[in-house]
Design a protein around this ligand. Sequence first.
Ligand SMILES: [Zn+2]
Length: 455
Amino acid sequence: MPPNVRCFGGVGEIGGNKFLLQDRGTKVLLDFGTGFSDGSMYFDSGIQPRTVNGAGDLFEFGLLPEIGGLYSEKALQNTRLRYADPEIDAIVLSHYHSDHSGRIGYTDPKIPVYCGETTSLIHEAYSDSRSSPLDGHPIRKFRTGDRFRVGSMEFVPVHVDHSIPGAYGFVIHTSEGAMAYTGDFRFHGPAGSMTDDFVEAAKKAKPDMLLTEGTRVGHGVAGANMSEKTVLDEARRVVKGTKGLVFSSFRGNDVDRINTFFDTCENSGRRLVISMKMAIILEKLKADRRLKVPRIGKDFGVYVKRKRTGSLDDSDYYQWERPYLDHGVSAHDVRKRQKEVFLHLEAWDFPELIDIKPDSGGTYIHSATEAFNEEGEKEEAVIKNWVLHVGFSYAQLHASGHAPSREVGSLVERVGAKKVVPVHTEHPLRFKSFRKGKEWRLEVPRKGVPIAFSR
Ligand SMILES: [Zn+2]
């Protein structure tokens, strides 16, 4: 069998990327993530797969591929698949988002995970404060400019701009030809030119195959075309016009967004106050010489929730949380200075508003993707009820982590691969419209069916 890829996830769906590359005797997994709607017919926020049953509950509904020599003994304990020593040589991770990394926790910890240096710092932050799917695996780090070999394949990682730092695409050289994988990308973030670097490197390799994401292909959502710069301009305007408290929910690992809101705070004379879980990520990322991140104490305070005893006593907090108490800001502190604070508050922490008791007239900034399914709409409705309850106004300000349709089309055209495989998209057939008389073949993946690199 010539070099080929089998897609076990990210097929006709957004997220859940799981691609098995095979060249001669070498097998490498490119990402191993959780699909956003994985098993939503059987599971929801109330009914969850049992962790005690390892991979069993996920195998039941075909949510994980039953591949030998991939999973840990623990994951297979109660399944018909027998444990075998690893047959997969490596897992190569494009970035830390769970739709790319979320299922690595089921795999054999003997299998090394290759990831960007930045991703390894984010992994450490999650590992110290909760858990990380990479826990237990040997970690091999890379940066742009490095190359690494796994068996007969050579990987060239090249940075891309995305809504989490440390995101990469790859050019992969095999015994017969090359392929390129985009990971997740955009051009409209603060580091959009990094994606151009990837496009140039991919083009130079004259790849036989391009495996590309297409999250927004076929989605013409109005208002979804904000750049990070537009978010900043709008946030400055909205915050300047607010007399009371400003609070916002946004992803705690989106460093571009935290920088945008830090800049907004400097512009309006407000103090940025963030969650502990976000603080630990920023603290870890200080070690990354290429990243600019706000500093604890100087640039932001940390919101401290009341726990067990209701006092702010050290013993109430986990070991990893204790250092942050020195920079702690309580509900009472926020209330006292509500006109001077910009508070990061995730939706699950909204009950804190009951303690903060803000005066009406403040603003809530919803800094996330607008709801695209029923579950999301329900969540958004609940958020809006909380905002209404405290008498705040609601603003939607968000720049997507993904390129809009036409920019995906231009990437496909610029790379110039002979074969294009659309993944991480609900509309793979829409890629036809990018062809414009050009001579490349569209190969819509089917779950588990090998696609050879060359024709
Ligand atoms: Zn992503």
